[in-house]
Design a protein around this ligand. Structure first.
Ligand SMILES: *Cc1c(COP(=O)(O)O)cnc(C)c1O
Length: 391
């Protein structure tokens, strides 16, 4: 890529293997949920390990909704989560008529702060679950959150949309709590275009997820057509949803999963290069709280030292774009968004750490299709802007 072309903030890496697998699906005659989604589920569960099972769905948002429903969350219940996330993490709580209770974040990791979570939980009367989000692919402090959940006797649902593959204290994300949901959205670490996966060891919970994923029918379409029961017979046991993953998408997932290790290594290498090259500038590079953990590096978020710069974050991103580098912001905290702000009467300083992190945050491009030249170009752009506008 030469210096005149624009480096997008994110791009998927789709190879001939994915294309061939999709074509095979198209030719097979079975394009909706069927043998490929089943295979993707089995392969994904095996990649996580630890005896988990996986249920595919058409997005992580759908997966989070299904997981909360299967945990029995309903009207008037409360679910504790973070304001520093994408709105999907919290909207699913509202789908069920329940209310999110927000707690502030750790300024170093942007993850739910266990101390703030404990304080917020203490003010709840109907708290039914914890919903931590592993921001950027760095696992939350699951020891502290697990201890809190144990004391409260509530389950933990992890939003691991950023965190495949990642570990906490040597254990893979997906094996750490009652249920975990991964995303295969176009920009995520592996992609099916749109897609998600619900992972758990709890067979009863997963049975409910499978049922609600497809209209409340107690077996999925594929099972209906291959088992011994009459092909036309099914039973509806609940008013379910339409959240199944088509085989066209699962075909992509099967091949992406095979590349996950290489993808991870590339992301780690880019993150390392950035952190070394950007040291000493008026900005903070991402803090790795537990270096022994696997960090999936879905995002690389720098924090501008605004006190040492003459420009704000918006101008910084504009200048990066002028140098041909696409950047983004993760995240606009939910308590600043009109819906959440007004529904729960939140003020900007309701979560001061999340507010401060947001005002400084710039996400740099980090994806496997970036060449070393692309990485250098991002570094040069950041360096030149941060140096030129240093106080
Ligand atoms: C991407 C994302 C989701 C939603 O994933 P979809 O598969 O697009 O539904 C949920 N939570 C977080 C933190 C995300 O970044």
């Amino acid at each position: 890529m030469n210096s005149r072309t624009y480096l997008p903030f994110a791009l998927p890496e789709i190879g001939e293997e994915e294309i061939a697998e999709v074509v095979d699906t198209l030719r097979s005659g079975w394009i909706t949920t069927g043998p490929k989604s089943k295979r993707f589920e089995e392969n994904f569960a095996a990649a996580i390990g630890g005896g988990v099972e996986a249920v595919s769905c058409n997005s992580a948002t759908a997966g989070l909704h299904l997981a909360l429903e299967a945990l029995g969350i309903g009207a008037g219940d409360q679910v504790l989560t973070t304001p520093y996330t994408f709105t999907a993490s919290a909207e699913v709580i509202r789908y069920l008529g329940a209310d999110p209770v927000f707690a502030d974040i750790d300024p170093r990791t942007f993850n739910l702060d266990p101390t703030a979570a404990t304080a917020a939980a203490g003010r709840c009367e109907r708290l039914k679950a914890l919903l931590p989000v592993h921001i950027a692919g760095q696992c939350c402090d699951m020891d502290a959150l697990g201890t809190l959940a144990g004391k409260l006797r509530v389950p933990v649902l992890e939003d691991a949309a950023h965190a495949f593959p990642a570990t906490f204290a040597g254990r893979p994300v997906g094996t750490l709590s009652e249920v975990t949901v991964f995303s295969f959205y176009a920009t995520k670490t592996i992609t099916t275009g749109e897609g998600g996966m619900v992972v758990s060891r709890d067979e009863r919970l997963l049975r409910r997820v499978r049922t609600m994923r497809l209209h409340g029918i107690d077996r999925d379409v594929f099972d209906r057509y291959v088992s011994a029961a009459p092909q036309w017979y099914y039973e509806v046991v609940a008013p379910g949803f339409k959240y199944n993953m088509p085989d066209i998408a699962a075909a992509l997932g099967i091949q992406q999963l095979k590349k996950a290790r290489r993808f991870l290594e590339r992301r780690i290498a880019i993150a390392r290069t950035y952190s070394e090259a950007l040291a000493g500038l008026p900005l903070r590079t991402p803090v790795v709280a537990r270096p022994a953990d696997v960090h999936s590096w879905h995002l690389y978020i720098i924090q501008l030292e605004l006190e040492s710069l003459t420009i704000d974050r918006a101008r910084f991103i504009e200048l990066m774009a002028e140098q041909g580098v696409g950047c983004s912001v993760h995240f606009i905290p939910l308590h600043l968004q009109p819906y959440w702000r007004d529904r729960y009467n939140l003020k900007p300083d309701s979560f001061p750490v999340a507010l401060d992190a947001y005002q400084r945050a710039v996400s740099l491009p980090i994806y496997t299709r970036m060449t070393d030249v692309d990485v250098e170009r991002v570094i040069r752009a950041v360096r030149s802007i941060a140096t030129r506008f240093a106080r």
